[in-house]
Design a protein around this ligand. Structure first.
Ligand code: COI
Length: 354
């Protein structure tokens, strides 16, 4: 891709790449050498810059710290089988970022700043993209209200940043989840469909309670009397019931997951039936009792597929069949990996090879 935006680069004098043990990656532990930074003020975006990764200096009155005007994305770059680097579904992540910004009343980041800034950043830090199967360079674009003023208002200034870091695949082991119908993650008309910080902070407390009871995550509910499944922890929830891949439909309380969309598309490609429709708690209970549910999993960028081993519904633990190579979610994950690493044709044009 030819770059049209002039993005000045200031390289680090102290690369930390040699300190990384790529055999012992941990999600969120390592950050690559550089970041993209671009400020918005007086109604315009300034020139984006690639600079050494460094701490920020913030006024205590920075609006984002008080009123939560902050949005992020999570995306990944992969090393392909021929050594080239692929940023997966960059355009779809950009579109979702814009939607989140819009919901949070924040200035839209121009597409060329986002995409060309990202490409320039990854070209510079290409040594940080891991090569082992399942691992990736996690990309974290984010933006916060940077105006220093504690009046309760929509910010007039923003800072957009992208940093990256090598990660293994998250939740490799099957997880135990608990259907949560007391606390909710998002309400109808709320911010659940936006990738804003508050959605994650608000989820910590119920998740902590579930962890104290021996579960890894909660299965969020919503709808009438909180009787319908919404998401699985920080991911979209997917089920295989009667051999059909079922997932709750997108709404203003469910994030439009890029992995969710990719897996639904791949399932259709592979000839499976998919349904985007409400899934009630009682349907799940019935499916367990009648043994028509063969799998449940979370789908998200970080984990890709997080197989669920146990679902607790109203105090009863229901166990799912063991995850194996023939599980539908494993096949989907493998197919996704084949596309992202260039081992099969990218028919949906999801790859951005740099
Ligand atoms: C993802 O699955 O990518 C998420 O959004 C979770 C993230 C907060 C690590």
């Amino acid at each position: 891709m030819e770059l049209t935006v002039d993005i000045p680069v200031r390289k680090t004098l102290h690369s930390k790449l040699s300190e990384v043990d790529f055999n012992e990656l941990e999600f969120g532990k390592y950050v690559a050498d550089h970041m993209l930074v671009c400020d918005y003020a007086n109604g315009e975006w300034r020139t984006p810059q690639v600079v050494p990764y460094a701490n920020l200096s913030l006024s205590p009155t920075t609006l984002a710290l008080h009123y939560g005007q902050t949005v992020f994305e999570g995306m990944k770059a992969f090393t392909m089988h021929d050594g080239r680097i692929n940023i997966f579904r960059m355009d779809k992540h950009y579109d979702r970022f814009l939607k989140s910004l819009d919901r949070m009343c924040m200035a839209p980041v121009p597409k060329d700043i986002f995409t060309e800034g990202l490409i320039k950043l990854i070209q510079l830090d290409k040594g940080w993209v891991p090569t082992a199967s399942g691992s990736a360079l996690y990309i974290r674009p984010f933006m916060y209200a940077s105006e220093a003023k504690f009046g309760v208002k929509v910010s007039d200034e923003y800072r957009f940043i992208i940093f990256t870091g090598p990660v293994p695949s998250l939740f490799a082991k099957p997880i135990k989840v608990k259907v949560e119908n007391q606390y909710i993650r998002a309400a109808k008309g709320g911010t659940g469909a936006a990738k804003c910080g508050g959605n994650y902070g608000g989820a910590f407390y119920p998740t902590q309670l579930a962890k104290q009871q021996g579960y890894d995550q909660v299965l969020w509910t919503g709808g009438k009397d909180n009787q319908f499944i919404e998401e699985s922890g920080m991911m979209n929830a997917m089920f295989v019931i009667n051999d059909v891949l079922v997932t709750p439909p997108l709404s203003d309380s469910i994030l439009d997951g890029v992995t969710r969309d990719s897996l639904l598309t791949l399932a259709n490609d592979l000839g499976y039936t998919t349904e985007e429709r409400p899934v009630s708690i009682s349907e799940l209970e019935k499916a367990f009792k009648e043994k028509t549910i063969s799998a449940a999993f979370g789908a998200g960028t970080a984990a890709v597929v997080a197989p669920i081993a146990v679902i607790n519904i109203n105090g009863t633990d229901y166990t799912l069949p063991a995850y194996n190579d023939n599980s539908l979610h494993n096949k989907l994950k493998e197919q996704l990996e084949l596309i992202r690493t260039g081992r099969t044709t990218d028919i949906h044009e999801w790859n951005c090879i740099i």
